[in-house]
Each structure stands twice: as C-alpha cells, then as structure tokens.
Design a protein around this ligand. Structure first.
Ligand code: PEP
Ligand code: CO
Length: 453
C-alpha cells in the first residue's frame, strides 16, 4: 500500500506525522528522543499568542504597502558562539538597518530576527563524505555536532532541550535590550559598532543619527513630551526560524487560552524552507494549522499554480499578514521566474507580503573551498526584485538576509572589498556565509534608496 499522502482533514499538532516529512534527522536512540520531546512539552512557551498576533497585524500593514519587513540574522545559531556580546552586536546592526530604512522611506520597519531558535539546517544530502569516510551530515547544533567525527555527528535528542534553553536565554536578553532602554531612539548613536564607526557606512549612519537627534530636540522644543512616547524608547523585535524539526515544533505548540487557536510558541514567525514545501508533505500540513505568521521560501522551482495552491493550503481564510512569500531565486533568475508568480498571486487575489532573500540563490564555492556569496550579486538580486515588483504593481515588502554584527569575511565585495584570499581570515559561520556589519549597513542604505524610488 502507498503511504497516506492525502491532506488529513482534521488538523492537530500531531497530524503531520501521517505524512512524508523530509529533512528529519535519523535519531538512533528513540527512547532518548521521546524523553527529550516529553521534556520540551513540559517547558513554558517561548512566545505568546498575542505577540504572534501583533506581528501578524504589522505584517498585514506591510502587505498593504504601509511598512517594510527587515528579516535578518544568522544562517544557523550555534552553541559555541552563544554570548551576550554576540546577541547585542547582531541586534545593533539590525536596529541600525531599521533606522536607516524607516528614516529614509517614511514607513515603519517590522523587525524579525533569524534568532532565538534558528538552529536546524536542511541539507542537500543526509551524508557527507570526506577522504573516503561517510558520516551523517551536520543538521545544526540542535541535532548534532559540526566536527567531522562519527560520535559528533550522531543525532542527540538532548540537543533540542539545550536549543530550547539557549533560545529562552537569547529571547530574554532581546526583550531586555529592546524594552529596557538600549533600543531608545536617543541612543541611536551608540549602535554604531566600533569597527565601522570611522568607515563610509558608519559615518553616513552617524549623520543620520544626528538628524534624528535634531528632529527629537525640535519636537521637544515644540512642547511634545518625548518621555511619554513609548515608541521612541522601545522597539518590537520578533523572533523566527525555519520550522524544520517537526517533533520540536510540535512539542512547543500550545492552544491559546483566549482564542482556543493553536500557536507554535517556539517563535513568533516560522517559515517553510525551500526543500520542504511539498503540498502533500508534513511541513505544509503542520504549519497550515498553527496561527502564527508563516513564511514560505519561493525558489525558481515553484510554479505559479503550485504557489497559489500552497497559499490556499496555508491560508485558506486569506488573512492579511498570515503569509510572507520570500523570493530566493538567484540574481540571474529573478526576472524570468518572479513576474509570473507575482501575477498569479495578484490574479488569485491573495494578500501576502512579498520579500526578497537575495542570499540563498547566490551561494557558490570559491576556488579556496569556502562557500561564499558576492555582495554585488546580493544587491543585484534585490534590485531585480524591486524592478519586477514595480512592473507588476506589487509592493516590495521586505528583505530577508543572513548577517552578523561581527567583522567576518564570509561574503565577497562590499565596502571593505573582501577578496577571495581574505575569506580564510575570519570565516566563522557553521553554515551559509553572512554579510558582516559593514556590508549589512551598506545594504540597508541601498535598499532604502530602492524603496524611496
Ligand atoms: C536558509 O534560510 O538558511 C535556507 C536554508 O534557505 P532556503 O530554504 O531558501 O534554501
Ligand atoms: Co542559510
């Protein structure tokens, strides 16, 4: 008999289990797996349904053209790089980019981090071979260890509990930073990281921060009580990750006591990756039933009919803000593949946010062996995305990027002209190459120009 692949009619947090789930690790010890999932089920939620609803409302405004989504962070968080400084510096860059975008475009920036739970990674092959030895691939720190050794690569369920705890601690710090004074607009000068303050992007940012200071002083002089305006002192910062490990996501899914609806409380927004968007697959089934805002990566393999059907499955009620489609075509493919998809969604009359991930379609192996991306290709994809949206009369709703607050050399080009021979000097990512802080700020200024245009 063939496996049951029909969408199940009654959704519950476990209904995905009847369908084919791609990209799940092979957990050798199922008793340990059950114990870890039981432990996760007993943990408090990381986010609350009301917060997920606020994000959905903000994204609804983006889908109507009144807002811009900045979705950014690590490709994969790791246990080893977990530190307060690391989280703070990533937040600083995202806050800077957000100020640049909001100030230049005049529309609110919705800030969503790939953070506080972005651990699990889909892989092109379940196995990796080096020097004749074959081991399971690295699926992210929440599954196994990066080191190419057989014990390290064994999938270890307790890592999910550790991932949950690290996500909780990260979120706690993010909440403190964003609500406790650090994100106050009057502190905007302080977000410039030391190693970029004297560079072109850093100076440009500083000038903008001075203009904001002047505007705030002007408002105060006009008698506006700035102290009482919470929006000036706090920001809403949301968390997200790829909902890859369905056991983990199921264990953190809870029913909201106010509405009775199910929410995946592991993050505010969850997205479906490029490799797991099968219409009859477990990932689509699982995410169709939780009420969080959902992202869907859209690559060149997705046809207009399939996209419309995926949106119908994931958002039958057509709720604005529920769905963010993240185009990740590759710079050379955008103009061919994106316009038919934009048109199909317009014809279907389905309200979505269209965002651009200019990273994942532009990865290549440099001759040095390092996986990299060129800043120019990244910018080229963003420009193509904006052009296609303009031609179709669609609001270009946001960007989705992999970045870090550190001075890494993982992506080529940009203000510092990272060259092929520089890659090895500070190549720190476990997975995909990230923009460094200077490249990120540069991108924000360029995207702001595109939005204004
Ligand atoms: C990612 O966002 O890190 C990723 C793996 O992307 P995609 O699913 O688009 O390839
Ligand atoms: Co990535």
């Amino acid at each position: 008999m063939s496996p049951v692949l029909e969408p199940v009619s009654e959704w519950d947090p476990t209904s995905w289990r009847d369908l084919a789930a791609l990209q799940q690790p092979d957990w050798p010890d199922t008793t340990a797996l059950d114990a870890a999932l039981d432990e996760l089920r007993r943990q408090p939620p990381l986010v609350f349904a009301g917060e997920a609803r606020s994000l959905r409302e903000s994204l609804a405004r983006v889908s109507a053209g009144d807002g811009f989504l900045l979705h950014a962070g690590d490709c994969a968080e790791s246990f080893a790089d977990f530190s307060a400084d690391n989280i703070r510096d990533k937040l600083k860059v995202i806050l800077q980019m957000s100020v640049v975008l909001t100030y230049s475009t005049g529309v609110p920036t919705v800030k969503v981090g790939r953070i506080a739970g972005q651990f699990a990674k889909p892989r092109s092959s379940p196995f990796e071979t080096r020097g004749g030895q074959e081991l399971p691939s690295y699926f992210g720190d929440i599954v196994n260890d990066f080191a190419f050794e057989s014990a390290a690569r064994r999938a270890e369920p307790q890592r999910m509990v550790r991932g949950y705890n690290q996500a909780a601690a990260t979120l706690n710090l993010l909440r403190a930073f964003t609500k406790g004074g650090f994100a106050d607009l009057r502190e905007a000068h302080q977000w410039n990281l030391q190693f970029i303050a004297s560079r072109r992007e850093g100076r440009r940012y500083d000038e903008l921060a001075q203009e904001i200071d002047r505007a705030l002083r002007f408002m105060a002089a006009c008698g506006i009580d700035l102290e009482s305006e919470a929006q000036l002192h706090e920001v809403d910062f949301y968390t997200s990750h790829e909902a890859l490990l369905l056991g983990y996501e199921e264990a953190l899914t809870r029913r909201d006591s106010l509405t009775g609806d199910w929410y995946d409380c592991s993050a505010h927004l969850l997205w479906i990756g490029h490799r797991t968007h099968q219409l009859d697959g477990a990932h689509v089934e699982f995410l169709s039933g939780v009420h969080n805002p959902i992202g869907l990566k859209v690559g060149p393999d997705v046809t207009p009919d399939v996209l419309v059907e995926l949106c119908r499955r994931l958002d039958p009620a057509r709720e604005p803000g529920r769905l963010t489609l993240v185009s990740r075509m590759g710079a050379e493919k955008v103009s061919e593949h994106l316009p038919p998809l934009l048109r199909a969604m317009q014809r279907a009359g389905h309200p979505v946010v269209w965002a651009c991930d200019p990273m994942h379609g532009n990865t290549f192996a440099h001759e040095s062996g390092y996986k990299t991306r060129h800043f120019d290709a990244v910018m080229h994809e963003v420009e193509q995305f904006f052009d296609c949206c303009a031609q179709q009369g669609v609001w270009p709703g946001g960007v989705h990027v992999e970045l870090t607050g550190d001075n890494v050399t993982e992506c080529l080009g940009g203000g510092d002209e990272v060259r092929g021979e520089d890659l090895e000097s500070r190549y720190e990512t476990r997975c995909d190459p990230r923009l460094n802080a200077r490249q990120s700020l540069d991108l924000a200024f360029r995207v702001a120009d595109l939005v204004r245009r």
